[in-house]
Ligand binder design. Structure first.
Ligand code: KG4
Ligand code: ZN
Length: 329
């Protein structure tokens, strides 16, 4: 079954063609980083306008690279949410139009579930690591899910304020870096001393597995006030912030894995691109079996949408034309 997936939740317009939920024939991503860099974050209205400009060329390119005509597509899949409402509507309406015009089914896919599916989509069905703990570390979300299958799970924890990627982006802005800040902080941190500042992520008393990163971000802000930052200061602030954020994630993964008797951890979301995080987890939790998204599938993409869409269609059939976007998980 050939599935064409469309992704437009935030600041990437993406389209991919995937066979049978696992073989990626094309994976085209049009990033809007240039558009939002000057603002230090995504400007929703600008994002929507860019999605409208590029969505049809991106679909054409994905078909061309996959070397399949539009008429050969069996199923359309689209990111239904969570995301920016205007951005989601563009992908969803394009998908509905394709489905109606070609008289082919379509399904809506949860973007968060798809981020996790990205890490396991290349595995054979008997290698799937369920039940497992899903760890989503992205620009919009920080959550733990206890998963029985790619789309059956209970949420175990989420952030009560900033998402971890959002904290990276805000700290980058404080340090005068551009957007997205995650990769820039990771690069600066390589030259810094993680113990130079005593930063700590927040604790949520009533829910010890929940996350809070806004206090950590504010601590970095206070540490930069009333002084001119040298290069070394920026290295050390980046390293200490990154260390505190990841120490918090790792400590909570260890607690959750004990609580759920589960040593298989499936990671998803843009922050999992961070190589220091991967090495630190390998070093500090050698007993856990970790599944990471392959390169090209950790940031927002449509291959993960098409891949998971295939399974949704097999289990529950086509969605209706009244399908609506959702902005929260
Ligand atoms: O998953 P994603 O592409 O978009 C959302 O669904 O949110 O994640 C984007 C986020 C941004 O906040 C970006 O700064 C962060 O992922 N990110 C990183 C790295 N690469 C991207 N954060 C830390 N280290 C990185 N290397
Ligand atoms: Zn995402």
């Amino acid at each position: 079954m050939l599935v064409l997936g469309i992704e437009s939740t935030c600041d990437e317009t993406a389209c991919a063609v995937v066979r049978d939920g696992h073989t990626i024939l094309s994976n085209v991503i049009s990033s809007q980083i240039d558009l939002h860099a000057a603002f230090g974050g995504v400007v929703p209205e600008l994002a929507c306008r860019r999605h409208i400009d590029v969505i049809i060329p991106v679909i054409h390119q994905a078909l061309q690279e996959a070397k399949v005509p539009l008429s050969a597509i069996d199923l359309f899949a689209v990111s239904q949410g969570p995301g920016l409402i205007g951005a989601l509507l563009i992908g969803i309406n394009a998908t509905k139009a394709l489905s109606l015009a070609l008289k082919k089914p379509f399904v809506g896919v949860n973007h968060i579930e798809a981020h996790l599916y990205a890490s396991i989509m290349s595995l054979a069905s008997n290698e799937m690591p369920f039940p497992c703990l899903g760890v989503v570390l992205s620009g919009g979300h920080t959550s733990f899910l206890y998963m029985q299958s790619p789309s059956e799970y209970q949420e175990v924890a989420h952030t009560v304020d900033d998402a971890i990627g959002e904290a990276f982006d805000k700290v980058a802005k404080i340090l005068g870096l551009s957007y997205p800040g995650g990769p820039l902080i990771e690069a600066l941190a390589k030259n810094g001393d993680p113990t130079a500042y005593k930063f700590k992520a927040g604790r949520v008393k009533e829910n010890p597995l929940y996350f809070s990163f806004s206090g950590l971000k504010t601590a970095v802000l206070y540490a930069t006030q009333n002084r001119a930052l040298t290069e070394l200061d920026k290295f050390n602030l980046s390293a200490a912030f990154q260390e505190a954020a990841f120490d918090d994630v790792i400590q909570k993964i260890l607690i959750a894995s004990k609580q759920f008797h589960c040593d298989r951890i499936v990671f998803g979301g843009g922050v999992t691109n961070n190589q220091y995080l991967r090495q630190k987890i390998q070093r500090e939790t050698p007993k856990l079996h970790c599944f990471w998204p392959p390169s090209g599938l950790s940031l927002d993409n449509a291959a993960m949408i098409a891949g998971l869409g295939y399974h949704h269609y097999l289990s529950r059939g086509s969605d209706s034309i009244t399908l609506e976007a959702f902005t929260q998980l």
